[in-house]
Design a protein around this ligand. Sequence first.
Ligand code: MG
Length: 252
Amino acid sequence: MKAAWIILLSIFMSGSQIINTKVIAHRGAWKNTNVPENSIAALQHAIALKCYGSEFDVHLSADSVPFVLHDHSIQGIYIEKTNTAELSNIKLSNGEALPTLESYLLAGKNQNQTRLILEIKTSQLGKARSLALTKKCVELVNKVGVASITDYIAFDFDVCLEVKKLAPKAHVQYLNGDKTPEQLGAAGLDGFDYHFSVLQKNESWLADAHQRKLSTNAWTVNDETMMQWLIDRNVEMITTNEPEKLIRLLNK
Ligand code: MG
């Protein structure tokens, strides 16, 4: 009974809904675990930490196989102009093979604690390649059977719209920071994942998005003061290289 009163009192005092900010490990939990970012090991650490989500980046090989990597090239090899046979020989610093999207999704399957936050990278070879990657990603997510635990993010607005067309039930957040919540809602997207500086400049966007039932996410927040600034404004998710720090802050 006492607990119920405390909850009612906190709702009254906050003047709005209470949101428990969720932790998303940016490129997995790699920084404090000494594994490469975007590796399957980093995903497994994010799952072990019970993060709400683990983010990763995807590019398309020359022969149209999606690989998980942040940069456009690795060890001097340009992903978009290289075939799978050659890319499969690349080893990350922990000895792991450069993950294909399929192997990565399989590693994230069979658990429903940590969502797979799939960033579709913008192709440097043109819009058609970005859209081809989008189609491949949605197909693989369905094939592996992880649609119910996968969310999508992208800087290219057309890519976001394409995901919604191919997978209307998928949760899609836009990354580029140049659309208002009203514009995102009108386009049928589910929310934003914006750099924290965009939200500092446009502080009303958080409350505006919540009113429109859009999800809110901020990247890449590694500083405790900034984390707290966002938590105080009811941000729904924070994407961070320091998931352990954010978890500690939220449990204080
Ligand atoms: Mg990313």
